[in-house]
Design a protein around this ligand. Structure first.
Ligand code: AMP
Length: 205
């Protein structure tokens, strides 16, 4: 089995949902870790919130420090949302063994807005829902753990999304070329069902 998978794709392209299904791997999501820092109420968290709420990226150094302090070299990881820049890709190369594959979630941007503005997640167990496409069985209640009160991310709004999309478009080409040149890239049609995507990834890894 490939030791590390690196998930790359537009916000809302399904990286987090697929990562949660692939229990062979631990998911490490810089977005989730940064949101944890925000929830702690620290001064750093407040600085991070300002950046995230505007749809910008935190610095490469901060993103790397977030990853590093949570990494156990014995484990197999899915990196979800890291790298976001070419510099981060180069930094990650020094952290992971040679056994890795970059997985690109390729999708038409036009369908993402509806996915994202209707996205809700369980603050307790992390399960992801969509009010239109995959609503919870009982309103505002998590199907997986029963927690009441699903969260809506402050950056999952139409306005912030435009910025997040443009940041992704600016940075992603260089990241693709980096992994292409290493011949370690798998491009998936991310409009397919998540279970199908898991099967396709496992075929390669
Ligand atoms: P995500 O949950 O992956 O959509 O990330 C939410 C937000 O966290 C992003 O829009 C960025 O502001 C920030 N973020 C997450 N990962 C990174 C990263 N690798 N580098 C810089 N900023 C990041």
């Amino acid at each position: 089995m490939i030791k590390n998978l690196i998930f790359i794709g537009y916000p809302g392209s399904g990286k987090g949902t697929v990562a949660k299904l692939m229990t062979q791997y631990d998911q490490i999501s810089t977005g989730d870790l940064l949101r944890k820092e925000i929830a702690s109420g620290s001064k750093l968290g407040r600085e991070i919130a300002t950046i995230i709420n505007q749809g910008n990226l935190v610095s490469d150094e901060m993103a790397l420090a977030t990853i590093k302090s949570n990494l156990d070299p014995q484990k197999n990881y899915i990196f979800d949302g890291f790298p976001r820049t070419l510099k981060q890709a180069e930094m990650l190369n020094d952290l992971v063994s040679d056994s890795f594959l970059a997985v690109v979630f390729d999708i038409d941007k036009s369908i993402l807005e509806e996915r994202i503005v209707n996205r809700r997640s369980c603050p307790k167990c992390g399960a992801i829902f969509n009010l239109k496409l995959k609503p919870p069985q009982k309103e505002d209640t998590c199907d997986s753990c029963g927690h009441t009160g699903l969260s809506h991310r402050v950056d999952d709004t139409k306005e912030v999304l435009e910025k997040r999309f443009s940041v992704y478009e600016k940075e992603s080409g260089a990241i693709f070329n980096y992994y292409k040149s290493k011949n370690k890239i798998l491009i998936l049609d991310a409009s397919k069902d998540s279970e199908e995507l898991v099967k396709e990834i496992l075929k390669f890894s």
